[in-house]
Design a protein around this ligand. Structure first.
Ligand SMILES: O=c1[nH]cnc2c1ncn2[C@@H]1O[C@H](CO)[C@@H](O)[C@H]1O
Length: 528
């Protein structure tokens, strides 16, 4: 019958295209439990698309699955699908900027415990929220401690340091207003993302300002130590089993490394790495004592510098990175350049020092792969979009974001064939206004082209996607092709494409599989 033949060729055409996808091979060999879990998740997704994402809502005028994260977050948290995803073993977190990983409220609480931390602002804190300048923080030596004062009083002389706790207690606008001011300066809120700063250029201004504020708190040794702990603890709670965090190091001429316990600027980069390693070891030891060693495999650092530096300065950073790799071979995982690609130097600008670095590390027998940010742009063929070509030519091990990769059929093929994954950060891309919602995100194009993907949260403290489950959720509800198994394959790929040694990857994959099986069995007990 003609129609039967038509159906047969239709099915085979779809299958042929789907065969490009990385989850196809896995799907062909599912266990009975995996099949059942996949089906259950699809049923729940379909139900919630109707019962949650298609109903009239009092406060939110238009709902749909994968809509703006900051508007939808509370609703997402109420869904059964999200509650399930929270328990999923997520493999590695391969793309996160360390200084934006801990909940800003937690950071603020940590900071309040330290009498050395001071705050100042350019003028008295105003009652009007729109005209409040940013706070600046710094730990001071005892000899320079400031005195308690009301930061909102007209008597406050702009630029005078006040001890943080006293500033909060004495603020005549109230401690709640003070807290909102401090915490709001380290986060992006929905009004900023979707109204006042609703363009890539404007939201980046707000985005970068959050780092200017938080660095005064994080770059104080005792806070930094607690910050590393909190970052790893909360990651583990979220089912993250391994971490490669990007840490921004500082050019020594800036005379600002990290403030030590004595309030002096004296904690050098080697100590940053050493403390990171010590806290990682401590947490692993604690887990072991609790019989939870399966939950975490370790944490490493991707050394990063910001792409506004000169070529000469980059040489200094690259040497610094080499020295740290020699001292801490198991902690330094790679090198990257960060910052707003749209306005800062493209990779090609740094080609010479970067190529020399490759030669030099080879001579020294060091393995410091490039793991470049590239293509985090709406551009098509401009110098920003072209960073993708340079990232690949320079031998990048993975690509941070790669948002504009959807415009590059050849590069997608190269990524598929050579195994260069994209570290896709869905919620980051949406809040930084590259896409207005998840259904418009190019991720399905990458999946359908068989590009390996590692889902990541990027700057969770700033975006409020504090657990990776939010990004998993947004991906899962925005595509009919992708399902639970697609997420499982990305979780596996986050291990496969980490900088771990092959034997370590095998070991971690086995642990992941044990946890995955248990997770699948739990889903099978649910009635959708
Ligand atoms: O999504 C991103 N793309 C590029 N650079 C970023 C992104 N998120 C953070 N940073 C960069 O990392 C520094 C903090 O470590 C920030 O200053 C910012 O320049």
């Amino acid at each position: 019958m003609a129609l039967d033949a038509y159906w047969a060729s239709r099915t085979s055409l779809i299958a042929e295209e789907r065969s490009l996808r990385r989850d196809t091979a896995y799907i062909a060999n599912l266990t009975e439990s995996e099949k059942k879990a996949e089906e259950t998740i699809r049923k729940i997704r379909a139900t919630e698309a109707k019962t949650i994402w298609s109903v009239e809502h009092e406060e939110i005028p238009a709902l749909f699955p994968g809509m703006e994260f900051l508007t939808a977050r509370k609703l997402i948290e109420e869904t059964q699908l999200f509650k399930i995803l929270r328990k999923m073993p997520k493999g590695g977190l391969l793309h996160a900027h360390f200084d934006a990983t801990v909940d800003t409220e937690v950071l603020f609480r940590i900071a309040l415990k330290h009498p050395a931390i001071h705050v100042r602002v350019s003028g008295p804190l105003a009652a009007d929220t729109a005209s409040r300048p940013l706070p600046e923080f710094r730990a001071l030596p005892v000899s320079q401690f400031g005195i308690a004062a009301d930061i909102a009083s007209s008597d406050y002389v702009g630029g005078t340091w006040i001890p943080l706790r006293e500033a909060r207690d004495r603020c005549s606008l109230g401690s709640e207003v003070f807290d909102d001011w401090v915490i709001g300066s380290m986060r992006i809120n929905p009004t900023e993302a979707y109204k006042t700063h609703n363009s890539v250029t404007k939201i980046w201004q707000k985005f970068l300002s959050t780092f200017m504020v938080s660095k005064g708190l994080i770059l104080f040794r005792p806070v930094y130590e607690e910050y590393v702990y909190e970052f790893l603890r909360s990651s583990i709670e979220d089912g993250i089993m391994y971490v490669e965090a990007r840490i921004n190091f500082r050019f020594k001429c800036l005379q600002r490394t990290m403030i030590g316990d004595d309030g002096e600027d004296n904690v050098d980069h080697a100590q940053w790495v050493e403390i990171f390693g010590q806290v990682t070891d401590r947490i692993m030891q604690e887990l072991k004592e609790q019989g939870r060693e399966d939950e975490f495999y370790g944490a490493r650092i991707i050394y990063t510098a910001v792409r506004f530096i000169s070529k000469k300065e980059l040489e200094w950073y690259l040497e610094d990175c080499i020295a740290l790799k020699q001292k801490f071979p198991h902690i330094i995982a790679g090198f990257d350049l960060v910052g707003d690609e749209n306005v800062q130097h493209p990779l090609i600008y740094y080609a010479e020092p970067l190529l020399r670095f490759k030669e030099r590390t080879k001579e020294l027998g060091l393995d410091i792969p490039f793991i470049f940010h590239a293509g985090e742009t709406l551009g098509d063929g401009d110098h920003v979009d072209q960073n993708l070509f340079d990232a690949i030519l320079l031998g990048t091990k993975r690509i941070g974001h790669g948002f504009s990769m959807a415009k590059h059929p050849l590069l997608m093929k190269i990524c598929r064939e050579r195994g260069i994954p994209l570290e896709v950060c869905p919620i980051s891309n949406e809040i930084l206004r590259l896409t207005s919602s998840m259904p418009m995100h190019p991720l399905p194009i990458f999946f359908n082209n068989g590009v390996p993907i590692a889902l990541s949260s990027d700057d969770p403290a700033v975006f409020g996607n504090l657990i990776l489950s939010y990004d998993y959720y947004q991906v899962l509800v925005s595509s009919e092709v992708s399902g639970l198994i697609t997420l499982a394959v990305t979780a596996r790929d986050s291990i496969q494409f980490s900088t771990l040694e092959d034997s370590e990857k095998q070991e971690l994959l086995q642990i992941w599989e044990r946890r995955w099986k248990a997770f699948v069995e739990e889903i099978c007990t649910l009635t959708p």
